[in-house]
Design a protein around this ligand. Structure first.
Ligand code: DC
Length: 226
């Protein structure tokens, strides 16, 4: 099968919109591969930080993106997928809001986004791919047959992130998270290259107050309807 014939479902949206959870469940349900593109931006920020690179140095960060070895590995206990950066399991470090903010800052560099283009397209493998991010439906897989954009109110997104981070034992406050999430969304949505926005042909689903299983069913319906 040529890679263009392999189906892709893109799931874009702001942080805390439920993309991660929904993408994982939908991919499991369909038996498709999963691309967590945000984890790639987080991993590049992390690798650059470890190498002592100044994150405002777009060229050096881009070179790091080209050379860093980023791998996803299924967890042995059936838990979250592990993200291995240059041989080190960085999964826990990558979850923090600091890692998210660093990822968002470097994600504005056009050269970095260009360097990650082919890497992300390489995830398109049979029998199909669920691609989670900000520009999956607009830039990376504009030809995807199925596109969804998930949103939720900023307050609800902050509450979800709060619960996720607390469950993982991280020390956060709801008010600080709400501020950080709003700042990150503002930056992601207003950057010049590949800003956060729904593709023209995406179905937007507002997940505020909607249980996970209903959102999963709505997203699966997009694939089944075709
Ligand atoms: O989905 P996430 O929270 O792990 O993403 C972290 C940051 O990475 C996000 O704030 C913006 C950036 N990002 C991006 O620019 N494009 C993507 N496709 C995915 C993430």
């Amino acid at each position: 099968m040529s890679s263009d014939a392999i189906p892709v479902l893109t799931i874009d949206g702001p942080s805390g919109s439920g993309k991660g959870t929904i993408s994982r469940l939908v991919a499991e349900h369909l038996g498709w591969h999963l691309l967590d593109s945000g984890a790639i931006y987080r991993a590049v920020g992390y690798a650059a930080g470890m190498a002592g690179i100044d994150l405002t140095d777009a060229e050096a960060v881009t070179r790091m993106a080209e050379s860093a070895k980023i791998a996803f590995r299924a967890a042995r206990d059936g838990g979250d997928t592990r993200v291995i950066v240059n041989g080190h399991d960085a999964t826990d470090e990558l979850r923090t809001e600091t890692a998210g903010a660093a990822a968002s800052a470097i994600a504005a560099y056009p050269a970095l986004r260009a360097a990650l283009f082919d890497k992300q397209r390489g995830f398109r493998k049979a029998p199909g791919l669920v691609a989670d991010g900000r520009d999956m439906g607009t830039v990376i897989f504009p030809d995807a047959p199925y596109k969804v954009f998930l949103t939720a109110s900023a307050e609800e997104r902050a509450r979800r992130r709060y619960k996720q981070l607390k469950d993982k034992g991280l020390n956060v406050t709801l008010a600080a998270l709400l501020r950080e999430i709003q700042a990150r969304d503002e930056r992601d949505a207003t950057r010049a290259v590949a800003p956060l926005r729904p593709a023209d042909d995406a179905l937007t689903i507002d997940t505020t107050g909607i249980p996970v299983e209903r959102v999963v069913a709505a997203v699966l319906a997009v694939v089944r309807r075709a």
